[in-house]
Design a protein. Structure first.
Length: 184
């Protein structure tokens, strides 16, 4: 009987490493209101880089370091893609893009809580989410459990891989950056 009690006590305190990592990732996400970071995005073997700010829920502002100086902005409902060398811009409903899910911290937390993490190359922790014909892979650094990127299909069904670095959390943000241009 004593052995059974000791065994039960042991297993009640034993948490597999993956569960512990997952819990820490969720805890960090719950404490995060916004992120600012540098990024490298690769779509169809073409890479672009720049800087982004995400404010939960569902707001993003990205400036690309390319000759067109592309800017992407979401106010939580619409996504606008604009280039400075053209006067127009493209507007999409945010709910028609994978960013609808990536920019929703509560959604991500609820999905991660119910998923098993995968370890990749002993460096990364990956969660694979399937939602509305979207496959979203989210990656965290194994050692520090910080978000390091994601992989989705863009609105044109191209594989889009985004790697983020120099991440800063909970910075003061001017919310005017999320203001969309007036309709064309």
């Amino acid at each position: 009987m004593f052995k059974i009690i000791i065994t039960l006590l042991f297993f009640s305190f034993y948490i597999p490493a993956n569960s512990s990592q997952k819990s820490k990732i969720i805890s960090q996400m719950k404490l995060t209101n916004n992120l600012s970071f540098d990024f490298v995005q690769t779509i169809n073997d073409k890479s672009e880089d720049g800087k982004c700010i995400i404010e939960y829920p569902k707001k993003i502002f990205c400036e690309y370091n390319n000759y067109r100086k592309k800017i992407i902005v979401s106010n939580g409902k619409s996504l606008v893609i604009k280039t400075t060398n053209k006067k127009g811009y493209y507007r999409y409903p945010l709910n028609k893009t994978p960013l609808e899910f990536l920019l929703d911290k509560e959604y991500l937390i609820s999905k991660i809580e119910n998923l098993e993490p995968r370890e990749i190359d002993n460096k990364y922790i990956n969660f694979k989410i399937f939602e509305n014909n979207n496959e979203i892979n989210i990656f965290f650094d194994k050692n520090y459990l910080n978000l390091i990127g994601w992989q989705t299909e863009d609105i044109y069904q191209n594989l889009s891989i985004t790697f983020i670095s120099s991440v800063k959390k909970n910075q003061e943000i001017n919310n005017k950056i999320f203001k969309l241009p007036e309709n064309n």
